[in-house]
Design a protein. Structure first.
Length: 282
């Protein structure tokens, strides 16, 4: 393990865990295989190994701290919620058994489910915080996880809250991500061009740091239409045409659209009289 290496560090990330008695394995010893798996899952899904190692090795009070805390929280919560179903199971000659202690009342299935749900919620919040912070790093933007999150105009998990989704945020985001890609491909082919959509996504991903007020206005309008489509609400084509009118009238602000093939669909053909023609059209 590279990130969480001591029992004290782990206990700060997972509250309300009973103290270990003498002779009993420590919490980090119990969770060791799950922490290993959680770190690998995070590296495969969110943070490339090189960046992960850099954050893990960084001084906790240095510049890397803003990345380290949500990363630690993410790993710890994912490991713990994965481990919970089997933490009190032991393999006996007669099959699996449950570790019992007369001084501790076994938790009901509902309480255990509530704990797992709470850990999942904390994990998902850590994912959102981590992605927002990583979006400022050029090396992460160019990584496969960075490309995944920047592939739509909704790169952050806050998308789920905008759709009134309150549970299973990360799982829901992945499902929505696939739908948004299909929606944006149609919008790009028909109205806004892939080139301009990529510019819009870049502005959203960097939280509009370099976007003009007019660009931000168009982006937010387009996002609102996408949210309606995700809610299975039909959007009138005139809504898109109104945005195209703005884009057409401001070539200096939207050059990517004006140089795209889609722009030709909205450029009216100009008819001219020629002296060699058999007649003139008025």
């Amino acid at each position: 393990m590279k990130l969480i290496t001591t029992d004290e560090q782990l206990r700060l990330l997972i509250p309300n865990v009973l103290a270990t008695v003498e002779g009993e394995p420590t919490l980090i010893e119990k969770l060791y295989p799950y922490l290993e798996s959680a770190e690998q899952w995070v590296m495969d899904t969110f943070v490339p190994e090189a960046i992960f190692a850099e954050i893990a090795e960084a001084d906790s009070s240095g510049p890397g701290e803003r990345f380290r805390f949500p990363l630690e929280k993410l790993v710890a919560c994912h490991a713990y919620m994965t481990a919970i179903p089997s933490l009190d199971l032991v393999l006996t000659p007669n099959g699996f058994g449950i570790v019992s202690n007369q001084t501790v009342v076994p938790a009901s299935r509902e309480r255990v489910a509530a704990l797992i749900a709470s850990l999942e919620s904390q994990r998902d919040a850590a994912i959102e915080a981590l992605i927002i912070r990583l979006s400022s790093r050029t090396d992460w933007q160019q990584s496969e996880p960075g490309k995944y999150f920047s592939a739509t105009m909704f790169p952050f998990l806050s998308l789920c809250r905008r759709l009134a989704i309150r549970e299973h945020i990360w799982d829901s985001y992945q499902q929505l991500h696939e739908r948004i890609i299909k929606i944006e491909n149609v919008l790009a082919d028909t109205y806004f061009s892939h080139e301009q959509m990529q510019v819009f996504r870049s502005h959203v991903f960097t939280q509009h740091r370099s976007a003009s007020p007019l660009e931000e206005q168009v982006i937010k309008s387009l996002q609102s239409y996408e949210l309606e489509l995700l809610n299975n609400i039909q959007v009138h084509p005139q809504c898109y045409y109104d945005l195209i009118t703005i884009i057409r009238e401001h070539e200096d602000i939207f050059p990517a659209w004006h140089t795209s093939a889609v722009a030709a669909l909205y450029t009216p053909t100009v008819f001219e009289n020629k002296k060699m023609s058999g007649g003139y059209w008025f």
